[in-house]
Design a protein around this ligand. Sequence first.
Ligand SMILES: [Zn+2]
Ligand SMILES: [Zn+2]
Length: 293
Amino acid sequence: MHQRSNKIDLHVHSTASDGILTPSEVVRLALERGLNVIALTDHDTLGGVAEAQQAATGTELKVIPGVEINSEGEWGALHFLGYYVDPENGPLREKLQAMLDARLSRARKMIRRLGELGMPLDWDEVRTLAGGKSIGRPHVARALVNRGYVETTQEAFESFIARDGPAYIPRPRLGPPEVIQAIVGAGGVPVLAHPAHSGPAAVERVPEFVSYGLRGVEVYYPDHSPQDVEKLLGLCREHDLIATGGSDFHGPGIEEGAPLGSVYVPPGCVERLREGRGYRAPTGRPSPYTSQR
Ligand SMILES: [Zn+2]
Ligand SMILES: [Zn+2]
């Protein structure tokens, strides 16, 4: 019942990160499918928002400025969505840029290590494979295949660049409190993305994230089971969090995520997110919503 076509999609990627449609193409597809609202939530960048909003000007479609910030580390895989962030906010942009810079230096270190292991790679070659986007392990893996050092990208991971591989360099991340505060500081509403997809630890830590200022949870998500949804709805009730939903669309035919507009979004969700903008009282304060429902 939650897989029916929807008018709203609050989790959408474009070529500004790892999606395959440009922000304008995403908008065109959303219009074709009769959507009213999408949030563009590219990984660690606000770079596609202006183009999407421009493309939607004068149409039926509203584009919510958003971002999906990676906060993965020894604490597990965590993604936070920021809705209605100000795309021009200096501190948030600087944080995302610093993370991007750190990722580039990580890629350089990985390439240096592979050179020491007798598999020299050319920086420009790896950068070309990344197509102007943030350079990550998949691009290094493809370069290793192109040079004939390994047969497949899977072998590249398994033999060299997986977490315990000889050329693995840890990925720089922001901690959850830092991410949540950066979103709130940019006037946005922080929402934990796909907690059940991320794993049990992410679900269990929701109360802790609430203490940092978390305002919502992405309850409806392509691979969340009905049991996951029930559990997450319970957490939303308990902590007065906004229940959101999104497809995590990355482009037609891409395995990650689901088709645009295919995931249930609860009624009133967008209004609650909009009202939640600029909310700055993390704990122990009455919620701005309790009296309104
Ligand atoms: Zn994610
Ligand atoms: Zn995503």
